[in-house]
Design a protein around this ligand. Structure first.
Ligand SMILES: NC(=O)c1ccc[n+]([C@@H]2O[C@H](COP(=O)([O-])OP(=O)(O)OC[C@H]3O[C@@H](n4cnc5c(N)ncnc54)[C@H](OP(=O)(O)O)[C@@H]3O)[C@@H](O)[C@H]2O)c1
Length: 420
């Protein structure tokens, strides 16, 4: 069994590539179904920081090529870009990478909480699509446990940060005091909620939330305060706001030069737009409009790097948790191949022991329960002691020496079954 990962993330690629690789939340089932025509078992993890395809199959090359073929077929990305920006991990390195992702150590905003939920969601959706086998399930569940431990046992979440809160911090750097600003949030999902929450905590008094589904904006503003609007009323609010944060999961640009240009012609105050959506909600050319300052997710790196420096100690503690979880995973992983052989070997020994014991009991005069118990224990102890050393040897030496499994199978005429 081989573990494999092919991915594109914010460290390797700019937002222009990342947005082409993004699988939007509503499209994940469709993407998994397409992945199924390349490889039997796989999980797609797509967040604003990364799109990754995890597979577990019998051949590394096959799985890696299948993931690359899927990415080429599904995503709007050229062969050259894919080979330039995509990274690949194999075997235990796949687990280590996912543990760090779930722990928030691989995120632009180190320690962010949201990614743990996204890892869990990726597993749940793949489970529903019946694309998960034993190794993939185990690696994702272990990563979720590692992520939870990092959040619970280190100070990394003491002052929770997210891409959304960092976006509000960036706005504060540009405009100075936030108290007198009017903020327009476009998108009322999880990212929008976090933007509104961070803005409120940082003193923004006027918050307007725009959503395609008005009820969603209303629900958010009932919870956090602010004014809900539909997308039809964007122009009016754009005319009077100082800061816009866009975070709608839309496949197309929501703000372009025509729309923003029309608003800016009639106002003299600057407008700061921070686009944290991937794919981006704002056309890059909007940056050229006078008085508009446009940032996208790539521009958050500087603040995110400072955040990383301030969290050195927590990062070190988190790395120690990841190492401990990795050690646990490695034991499981290295005995995965050998488990069917060991269980077949022990099953055969147990079958022989039981039939020989029954035969003997029939030949003996009737025994008391205690005498029968002693015989049972003695025969069990004999089989266990005989198998103890070979089993230990198999567990420590089989990985990378799959021939041993075949030799044991032939030697003992075993019928092994692959674990599902
Ligand atoms: N979650 C995070 O922590 C996070 C962090 C940084 C960046 N982001 C980025 O922010 C975006 C949203 O993520 P999310 O986690 O908030 O997703 P989410 O919870 O699924 O919410 C998606 C939001 O986008 C809106 N939307 C979907 N399609 C739209 C369209 N065609 N036109 C206008 N609005 C549309 C939805 O409106 P309806 O209610 O009408 O469907 C909803 O308000 C993504 O691009 C993501 O990469 C998310």
């Amino acid at each position: 069994m081989q573990l494999n990962l092919v991915g594109i993330n914010y460290q390797a690629a700019p937002v222009a590539i990342l947005e082409k690789a993004a699988v939007r939340a509503g499209k994940l089932e469709e993407a998994l179904s397409l992945l199924g025509s390349y490889v039997a078992h796989g999980i797609i993890l797509s967040t604003c920081n990364r799109t990754e395809v995890y597979t577990a199959g019998d051949s590394i090359r096959q799985a890696e090529e299948a993931s690359l073929d899927f990415l080429k077929a599904h995503l709007d990305i050229s062969d050259a870009d894919l080979h330039w920006y995509a990274y690949r991990f194999r075997g235990e390195a796949v687990a280590e990478h996912l543990f760090r992702v779930a722990g928030g150590l691989d995120s632009m905003v180190v320690g962010e909480f949201e990614v743990l939920g996204q890892v869990k969601k990726a597993l749940d959706i793949a489970e529903k699509a019946k694309k998960v086998n034993l190794p993939l399930r185990h690696i994702f569940q272990s990563a979720i446990r590692a992520g939870r431990r990092v959040r619970e046992q280190t100070g990394i979440s003491k002052k929770p940060l997210s891409v959304s809160s960092v976006a509000v911090d960036l706005a504060a750097r540009v405009v100075g005091k936030l108290g007198g600003c009017k903020l327009l949030v476009i998108g009322a999902g999880e990212a929008g909620r976090l933007v509104a929450k961070a803005a409120k905590e940082r003193g923004v008094k006027q918050i307007v939330v725009a959503s395609r589904t008005p009820e969603r904006a209303s629900a958010l503003t009932i919870m956090l305060g602010g004014q809900p609007i539909g997308m039809d009323n964007l122009a009016e609010e754009l005319a009077t706001c100082n800061i816009v944060v866009t975070c709608a999961d839309a496949p197309h640009r929501l703000l372009d030069t025509r729309r923003v240009g029309a608003v800016m012609r009639n106002r003299s105050e600057p407008m700061v737009i921070i686009d944290i959506a991937v794919p981006r909600n704002v056309a890059p050319a909007v940056a050229e409009i006078d008085n508009v300052v446009l940032y996208n997710i790539d521009d958050l790196t500087q603040i995110a790097d400072q955040n990383r420096q301030q969290r050195e100690e927590e990062i070190e503690q988190a790395e120690a948790i990841i190492s401990a979880e990795m050690a646990r995973f490695v034991i499981w992983w290295r005995t995965l191949e050998v488990r069917p052989v060991i269980s077949a070997l022990m099953g055969k020994a147990e079958k022989i022991r039981r039939s020989q014991l029954n035969r003997t009991l029939k030949k003996l005069p009737p025994l008391t329960d205690e005498e029968k118990y002693c015989l049972e224990m003695m025969t069990r102890s004999i089989t266990c002691q005989i198998l103890q050393d070979p089993v230990k040897y198999l567990k420590t030496n089989l990985k990378g020496n799959e021939d041993y499994a075949e030799i044991i199978n032939r030697l003992f005429h075993l019928e092994t079954e692959k674990e599902k």
